[in-house]
Design a protein around this ligand. Structure first.
Ligand code: TRP
Length: 337
């Protein structure tokens, strides 16, 4: 019981919009799985965030379930973690409104992701794109999360969440835990195979730049064989200054569990081809069982439906507790009896 009381809460979310990559696995999902042992964890499929850009509804619905299945296939255990789809818990939208009334246009205007996205979707600069970080703050604050594992691109949104939490706590008295971004040390940065100075991204127009979690073994080998290294040609004792080679060493190390130094010691003097083959073996050994389990889960619709219903209920209980407090503090009648 004491133990339980001391456990910190982690929360993170992934949008269901496209194929997740090996970078998402090594930088996020793998850590989510490890963290569910030590933390009270909430993992969410962020479908409400997804509609800030135009989505085809049938596709979004399918992707949300597939993303949930992928979380499960990676080892998120719905008995240990709360795994749910954001739109199933209406409190996210409800808290977003209250927080919106405490967020300044100026601070939202400074969000670099809003600037990037509005440049990329110039024909659809909707208000949701602008208030997206407030929805994200609601996701986090509803569950009183302490630690938010996110990539560097989301750090600014967690900072905003902290500011909103502190501002609300000052105005209305202690209500929210003030969260911290949690950027894991290992594997957080897997780079593009074609441009190892930029992050591996699921939206890379060149599919050779990334390995999708659902790529088959042939595709994985082919993409790794084409990975950009450099003209030195072989692995040396310290390749930290060689982005292409170092990226492969990092991937190989993260997938095989041996430290980078060990992988480079073993391959020292051998050509980049050997490194690529070794990396492909390690990646396939990690992804194949996940893919098998993913396929099995997609065939078990009943289990998926039960899991997401149970997740929505569990998440809903925590979310309702927080929202009730918030509603009371701002002067609304309490939500439900
Ligand atoms: N905005 C995040 C992304 O696009 C996803 C997300 C939504 C999230 N809600 C969250 C991440 C809450 C961490 C916490 O990657």
């Amino acid at each position: 019981m004491e133990e339980q009381a001391k456990r910190k809460t982690v929360l993170s979310g992934i949008q269901p919009t496209s194929n997740l990559t090996l970078g998402n696995y090594l930088g996020a999902l793998k850590n989510f799985v490890a963290m569910q042992q030590d933390f009270d964890s909430y993992y969410m499929v962020a479908d409400m965030h997804a509609i800030t850009v135009r989505q085809e509804s049938a596709r979004l619905r399918r992707r949300s379930i597939e993303t949930l299945a992928l979380f499960l296939a990676c080892g998120i255990d719905p008995e240990k973690s709360t795994l749910f789809i954001q739109s199933h818990v209406p409190e996210h939208a409800m808290l977003t409104w209250v927080l919106s009334c405490n967020a300044y246009m100026g601070e939202l205007n400074r969000m670099t992701q809003f600037k990037d996205k509005s440049a990329r979707h110039a024909d659809n600069i909707n208000a949701g794109l602008f208030t997206y970080p407030v929805l994200m703050a609601a996701d986090i604050l509803l569950y009183q999360a302490h630690l938010i594992p996110v990539g560097a691109d989301q750090k600014q949104h967690v900072e905003l969440t902290r500011n909103l939490a502190e501002r609300f706590n000052r105005a209305y008295g202690d209500t929210f835990v003030v969260p911290e971004p949690y950027i894991p040390k290992v594997g957080a940065r897997i780079m593009s195979l074609q441009d190892p100075t930029s992050k591996m991204s699921k939206s890379d127009p060149n599919p050779n730049g990334f390995i999708a979690m659902l790529d088959d073994p042939d595709a994985i080998r082919r993409k790794l064989r084409r990975a950009v290294t450099d003209c030195e040609g072989c692995v040396t004792e310290d390749d930290s200054g060689r982005p292409g080679v170092y990226n492969l060493l990092t991937i190989c190390s993260a997938c095989s569990g041996s430290p980078v130094q060990e992988v480079s010691r073993e391959l020292c003097g051998q050509g980049c081809g050997a490194l690529k083959d070794r990396t492909a073996d390690a990646v396939i050994a990690v992804l194949e069982p996940i893919q098998r389990e993913y396929g099995r889960l997609l065939g078990d619709k009943q289990y998926l439906t039960d899991t997401l219903r149970q997740g929505a209920e569990k998440a809903g209980r925590t979310a309702q507790k927080t929202l009730r407090k918030v509603y009371h503090k701002v002067g609304f009648d309490s939500v439900k009896a």
